[in-house]
Design a binder for this molecule. Structure first.
Ligand SMILES: Cc1cc2nc3c(=O)[nH]c(=O)nc-3n(C[C@H](O)[C@H](O)[C@H](O)COP(=O)(O)O)c2cc1C
Length: 324
């Protein structure tokens, strides 16, 4: 961890790691477990059915993390809500107001310019990280005054980036000295250490946290990740209109042919992303599942504690053999 901006977290981080925000996956249990284990826990505010539920989630997580501190004498890692700042997010203003009241230590913005939310979040004491997938967007977010950039790279789970991580990180480091977070392909502690060597301060792990007992993912999704490898990840625009990493076996299970999908979101699947909604057509995210290339690193469904302990052991071993 090199950036001064992260010094405020002192020794609260067991690893330079963020449990990445994931739609329909990151919930209260995963957040509490990650933060208790010393990993920054991030969840999309869209995982809450309403702004009121977001308020409840934040209160519950904060209360449980305070109890953890009272019991152990150790302050948990920061909680980090993820806010979609695109104008299509009808709840943006209300969700932002709730965040400002709860004063999270870090907020990650997604899909759009972070500019309108940087000042209010800074005034509330939050570090602001913006996710970006291109050099141009990285430059713009840096100009907007964010504290850090999450670089979405090729092979990431969910709506993925496309740039090679080596090239992307080095290109951004050439003009940016804030916090850099690498997103995509971190499948173990050695890869996490490699991200640090490359010039990153932190990295995301998404796919690996899907296969934890505390994640909200369907158990069949977790098993599918254990049984799959990077070869089973299909890069397609069929389901969301954007480049998305999807698990081939889940497409087959939904009665579709992964090698014969229409382009650009044209497919007849339910598009409603209402968390609670149910209907018979297969639904992206709920029935057709995502995973990144790091699927190859998923060998078991673990408790978050065990995943973090394993990752920390791998990270320490990599460091010991190759001290910085
Ligand atoms: C099932 C799933 C859902 C995701 N949902 C979101 C989301 O709602 N918001 C977001 O910013 N990123 C989302 N992502 C992307 C992750 O935050 C992260 O960039 C990615 O998982 C990193 O790659 P990795 O899976 O190889 O670790 C999602 C990823 C997955 C696998």
């Amino acid at each position: 961890m090199t950036s001064d901006r992260l010094q405020r977290f002192g020794d609260r981080l067991a690893l330079p790691l963020i449990a990445a925000p994931m739609f329909l996956v990151s919930g209260v249990e995963l957040m509490v477990a990650a933060c208790r284990s010393g990993v920054i826990g991030s969840f999309p505010t869209a995982n809450c059915r309403s702004t009121d539920q977001l308020d409840e989630w934040l209160t519950t997580i904060e209360t449980r993390l305070c109890q953890h501190e009272a019991q152990t004498g150790r302050k948990a890692a920061p909680l980090c809500p993820n806010l979609i700042v695109h104008r299509s997010n009808a709840r943006l203003e209300q969700d932002l107001a709730v965040l400002l009241r709860h004063r999270p230590e870090i907020v990650i913005t997604s899909v759009g310019s972070p500019a309108p939310v940087v000042k209010p979040l800074h005034d509330a004491g939050a570090l602001v990280l913006a996710d970006v997938a291109s050099i141009r967007h990285a430059e713009r977010a840096a100009e907007a005054g964010v504290d850090g950039l999450v670089l979405l790279t090729a092979g990431a789970g969910g709506q993925t980036g496309w740039l090679n991580p080596f090239a992307f990180v080095r290109a951004v480091r050439a003009f940016y000295d804030g916090v850099i977070v690498l997103a995509g392909g971190i499948s173990d502690g050695r890869a996490l250490y490699a991200a640090e060597v490359l010039g990153c301060d932190l990295a995301y792990m998404g796919t690996k946290f899907i296969a934890t007992r505390e994640s909200m993912a369907d158990d069949r999704h977790k098993r599918m990740l254990v049984d799959s490898s990077a070869d089973d990840i299909l890069l397609t625009t069929a389901f969301t209109g954007l480049q998305t990493s999807m698990l081939r076996p889940s497409i087959v299970a939904a009665g579709l042919d992964p090698d014969d999908l229409p382009a650009r979101g044209a497919i007849d699947i339910a598009r409603d992303i209402d968390v609670g909604a149910r209907e018979s057509r297969p639904k992206r995210w709920r029935d057709i599942w995502s995973g990144g290339h790091s699927t190859s690193g998923v060998t078991d469904v673990l408790g978050v504690d065990d995943l973090v302990a394993r990752t920390a052991a791998e990270y320490r071993e990599a460091r010991a053999h190759d001290p910085p």
